[in-house]
Write a protein that binds this ligand. Structure first.
Ligand code: ADP
Length: 304
């Protein structure tokens, strides 16, 4: 069944590197290309799985070559694929990523495709897994009408809801009172709370209080290489990041979230779970890529 259920997106990352990014109308000959599994939901699920969690992924892909790649990838990872829905009409979500290899800047065009088309019938099929989970982990890369229904089901069943509110977007804030832990990065925290800059313990504490007013149970704000802020009740802490040589920070937030819920599912308290997620996030930036850069449990335990 899975102690942790991740209900989220799968997106095929199509990344090309070039000496400069094309301007509108320009064609640039690039130097290299890589295709890989991505999407916040999928990346977080892979991070949890590799960290040793009893985990189930629920996602949706198209009936196309990218969708088949997704299923192949999960099978190679040893993950269950029976809750990977296949959309007969919509294509698999994709991210067209162009990277300037000199500056590292990128331009990204994401189409959510199948994972933006979660239907009521998909939700009904998923319902038993959601209701029997201990923890449900969600993000904003699936259609929001479905997200709200899924949160309602989990909340009614007493499942602990962890929401990674990414990418930042306008939502119906009334759902936040059904969220046990919210895990934005500093940019998402600023947008969702209206606190201009969430940059330190003081501003993060103010942002956390806004989340508490909206009914969220506990607040975790990831702050890149600075570390992670966590507040539960009146207790706030800042966990400094682990010092590593960063090669590629894409997917660090996904790694953190996967690690964080894994530790929660092992009965660790929220502060210990943040320490664990912090290590998973740090290890993920030492390798290129998103899902393929997620560390395995042995590596995590060595750094803890
Ligand atoms: P996102 O990818 O969502 O923007 P962050 O950049 O905040 O997320 O990264 C998530 C977490 O990953 C951080 O809170 C930290 O624990 C870890 N992390 C990210 N970048 C680094 C880094 N350069 N060195 C060490 N840890 C990092």
């Amino acid at each position: 069944m899975g102690k942790i259920v991740v209900f989220g997106s799968y997106v095929t990352d199509l990344t090309g590197w070039a000496g400069h990014l094309p301007v509108p109308g320009e064609t640039v000959i690039g130097s290299s290309f890589k295709m890989g599994p991505g999407g916040k939901g999928s990346n977080q699920a892979v991070a949890a799985h590799r960290a040793g969690a009893d985990m189930k992924i629920i996602t949706k892909v198209g009936d196309d070559v990218f969708g088949r790649e997704a299923i192949d990838f999960y099978m190679k990872e040893g993950m269950d694929t029976d809750m990977v829905f296949i959309d007969k009409e919509k294509e698999t979500g994709s991210a067209l990523i162009m990277v300037d290899e000199i500056t590292g800047q990128n331009s990204i065009l994401v189409t959510s495709g199948a994972c933006g088309n979660i239907t009521d019938s998909d939700i009904e099929k998923a319902r038993p897994y959601i209701e029997q989970a201990e923890i449900l982990l969600l993000q904003f890369e699936i259609n929001l009408d479905a997200l709200y229904k899924i949160i309602d089901i989990a909340h009614a069943a007493g499942v602990r809801v962890v929401l990674n509110p990414a990418p930042a977007m306008e939502i119906d804030e009334s759902i936040l009172c059904k969220v046990d832990v919210v895990t934005p990065n500093e940019v998402e925290a600023a947008i969702l709370t209206g606190i201009k800059e969430v940059v330190d313990m003081e501003s993060a504490t103010r942002a956390a209080r806004v989340f508490f007013q909206k009914g969220v149970g506990a607040v975790v704000i990831t702050m890149g290489k600075a570390g992670v802020f966590v507040m539960q009740g009146e207790e706030a802490r800042f966990v400094k990041s682990r010092s590593v040589k960063a090669v590629d920070t894409t997917g660090a937030g996904d790694a953190f979230n996967g690690g964080f819920v894994t530790a929660l599912s092992e009965e660790k308290d929220i502060f210990a779970a943040v320490e664990f997620g912090n290590v998973v996030g740090a290890l993920s930036v030492t390798k290129k890529g998103t899902a393929p850069s997620m560390p395995r449990r042995e590596e995590i335990d060595r750094m803890l």
